[in-house]
Ligand binder design. Structure first.
Ligand code: 5GP
Ligand code: SF4
Ligand code: MG
Length: 477
């Protein structure tokens, strides 16, 4: 999982990109970067390991100054935590350094496309990341086979199967595009004061989520549509140059459950409100079962705050911030060993002193993956004096891996894949455990049929095995 941002046709575009990236830091803390088209027409990239505030410093931003800029925050994955996989990826064309790409998602037929480009086209790859593959494939159609970019881009994207929300700078143009299933989000906005009936390219901004738009004085206009390719050009209106053939939509429901910031509109849903409704649906499952003056609803902060709020509102039970979170502990989820994950959870959360004795706790979390967090937290809360802990989870059991850009562990590590629910409750010493059902989302989401639930039900719209014996590239130029 990652976040992307782009700004077209305003002075110091890189500063606005950096601001958006800072607002979307929750989408990735491993590395970040920007690519900018400078006054000489060269597209140059800077990327480094670390957080936006530490990497995109004043010195860097002044050096990488220009009117067209894209940027990226990368989510840590246990596999390939190194600078080679940071984005955006800049590619030198024969004429000069005039291209850069960044993307959020995961290309399912990556291996097949890469091996084609290496063997048949003689390309050399410098990283394992999707943006390099995407950039080189586009260059293959556009530069090697001399196809105008407006045609080359749909042809190249037609070969790519998987999840992507991507931004491309090519010479003085910028392109924004999403996969036909709309798996990963991307929204478009415009700097306020510049909006006319026909939206001009200059002043247009893009981001995985719109939560940074207000800060830079931009207004969110709409989503980039699934399968749409937008072209931005100086002095011209924003143009849709291609629309995907109609396919089923598969927005990642996990964006709403966990990933997106609560103040974003993702897939046209208010994220905080979806989470409140999830909480209300969980409360409904407990109606008449959990009653009493000694009950309190407690979130595992921060990801389940709104779910717990929704539970409390719907049940009429009090809401309490019984767990304190240390915000300076990095992501514990991604630590390489179970021991370091356990240690991370202990450093990250602390129970409020003198709060729990005599209480029965309804502990709300957004998801259970390996079960590490809740196993530790239930014990911590009981150790702090709670009489009972009832765990409620804002998603269905995670039983399958994600192939579309969320770094879920291998199936053998997914606790719901190994144990039935009562045994999971026992494992974490919970007095009861309930999850959301997939059907509960039917009432919450406006278009539930347009969502991916594959990590909960194994129903993948595309999977790596689909491509294992396929020649994957059309040479119909
Ligand atoms: P577990 O501790 O069960 O392995 O993971 C569940 C916890 O990790 C939940 O608190 C949830 O908020 C968080 N979580 C779920 N999915 C992800 C993810 O993809 N990345 C990170 N960093 N945390 C996650
Ligand atoms: Fe999202 Fe799960 Fe689908 Fe991956 S498999 S895109 S995490 S819903
Ligand atoms: Mg959490």
């Amino acid at each position: 999982m990652c976040g992307i941002a782009g700004v077209y046709g305003v002075q110091n575009a890189e500063r606005l990109v950096a601001e958006i990236l800072f607002a979307t830091q929750h989408r990735g803390q491993e590395s970040c970067g920007i690519a900018t088209r400078n006054a000489r027409g060269n597209v140059i990239a800077h990327k480094a390991m670390g957080l936006v505030k530490n990497v995109l410093t004043e010195d860097i931003l002044s050096y990488y100054s220009g009117e067209i800029s894209i940027g990226h925050v990368r989510y840590p994955t246990s596999a390939s935590s190194n600078i080679d996989n940071a984005q955006p990826f800049a590619i030198d064309l024969a004429e000069g350094p005039h291209m850069a790409v960044c993307t959020n998602g995961s290309i399912v037929n990556y291996e097949q496309l890469r091996s084609y480009l290496e063997k048949e086209a003689g390309f050399t790859f410098l990283s394992d990341n999707d943006s390099e593959l995407m950039g080189r494939l586009i260059a293959y159609y556009h530069v090697v086979n001399h196809i105008p970019i407006e045609e080359a881009l749909p042809k190249a994207l037609g070969q790519i199967h998987g999840a992507y929300a991507a931004l491309l700078i090519l010479r003085d143009k910028m392109f924004a595009f999403r996969d036909p299933y709309g798996i990963r989000p991307m929204v478009m906005g415009h700097l306020v004061g510049n909006v006319r009936e026909e939206q001009l390219s200059d002043g247009t901004v893009f981001a995985s989520e719109g939560c940074g738009f207000g800060i830079i004085g931009a207004r969110e206009i709409r989503k980039v549509a699934p399968g749409e390719i937008l072209c931005l050009q100086k002095g011209e209106p924003v143009r849709t140059i291609a629309k995907a053939p109609k396919t089923p939509l598969r927005h990642c429901v996990f964006e709403l459950i966990y990933f997106s910031r609560p103040d974003s509109m993702t897939f046209d849903e208010r994220v905080w409100d979806v989470r409140r409704e999830i909480g209300a649906a969980l409360a409904k499952k407990d109606r008449d079962e959990l009653v009493g003056d000694d009950l309190v609803v407690i979130p595992v902060p921060d990801s389940s705050n709104f779910v717990a709020q929704g539970y409390a509102e719907a049940s009429g039970l009090p809401f309490g911030m019984g767990l304190l979170r240390n915000h300076y502990v990095g992501r514990t989820f991604i630590n390489p060993t179970q021991r370091s994950r356990d240690e991370g959870v202990r450093q990250k959360f602390n129970p409020l002193p003198d709060y729990f004795p005599g209480k029965r706790v309804i502990l709300v979390d957004d998801s259970i993956v390996r079960g590490t967090s809740l196993r530790k937290l239930v014990r911590m809360i009981k150790g702090a004096g709670a009489k009972e802990v009832h765990v409620r989870v804002g998603s269905p059991p995670v039983v399958s891996p994600c192939y579309y850009g969320i770094d879920t562990p291998v199936p053998e590590e997914l606790i719901a894949n190994i144990l039935p629910v009562p045994k999971i409750a026992k494992y974490m010493d919970a007095d009861s455990l309930k999850y959301m059902d997939i059907e509960d989302f039917h009432e919450i989401l406006s278009n539930h049929q347009d969502y991916c639930f594959a990590c909960f039900n194994g129903d993948y719209v595309i999977k790596p095995a689909d491509f294992e014996s396929n020649p994957t590239i059309s040479t119909d130029f």
